[in-house]
Ligand binder design. Structure first.
Ligand code: CA
Length: 225
């Protein structure tokens, strides 16, 4: 999952980025409304965290332009104070949720998860055979025992499981796993798929390569009961 963070307060932006990257999200940061507008037009993000008070174009204007392009991307607005006027305008313009500063990181992360879940129409726990992916704890379990995965492997597995039964292209994976500042080696995705495949093989979760198209995890049949 890839998040665009629009925040001109560098200290706050850095703190949020650290927390989100730790939770295995790819994060891109911009500090102006104009940059945000451009970045959002590329349509590679799964969610935007948008500060209202920005130099130049405001967050509300960015949101208005995003919705005018008929994008349904979930947007979490950040407001400097809990002003009713900003909140109402934001929601009217199509924000999905808002947080007033100052806020606690766990609350921001909980709202991010809720919005991403809404977009993907999944429950907090994705089940695949005997594997369970807890999107809240950001952990994977097999028959109740934790499966150790790196942040990137976890993010890759999430992408594949959210599109269970469908081919996920390499381009989609690159777009949702990496931010602008991440270097993506030529074979990076192959390497992660290889590692993840090795780790999941014992648990009966198979990642198929569909030549020229991408990768696929077949739909699992939930165990009876
Ligand atoms: Ca600001």
């Amino acid at each position: 999952m890839r998040i665009l963070l629009v925040e001109d307060d560098k200290v706050l932006a850095d703190a949020l980025t650290r927390a989100l990257v730790q939770s295995a999200y790819a994060v891109d940061v911009v500090a102006t409304g104009e940059q945000a507008d451009q970045a959002l037009a590329a349509q590679v993000h799964d969610l935007a965290i948008l500060d209202i008070g920005l130099p130049g174009m405001t967050g509300l204007e960015v949101l208005k332009r995003l919705r005018a392009r008929r994008s349904v991307m979930p947007v979490l607005m950040l407001t400097a104070f809990d002003t009713l006027a900003d909140r109402v305008r934001g929601l009217d313009l199509g924000a999905d949720d808002y947080l007033a500063k100052p806020f606690d990181l766990p609350e921001l992360e909980a709202r991010v998860r809720a919005l991403l879940r809404r977009g993907a129409q999944t429950t907090p726990v994705i089940e695949h055979g005997a594997l369970t992916f807890d999107t809240v704890a950001r952990r994977v379990f097999h028959a109740g025992k934790p499966v150790e995965l790196s942040a990137r492997e976890l993010a890759l597995l999430e992408l594949l499981l959210l599109r269970e039964g469908r081919v996920v292209s390499k381009e989609h994976i690159v777009n949702h796993l990496y931010g602008w500042n991440d270097e993506v080696g030529a074979n990076a995705i192959e390497v992660y798929v290889y590692r993840l495949r090795k780790k999941l093989e014992p648990y009966g979760c198979e990642i198929r390569t569909i030549r020229g198209m991408g990768y696929l995890v077949e739909r699992s049949h939930a165990p009876a009961g």
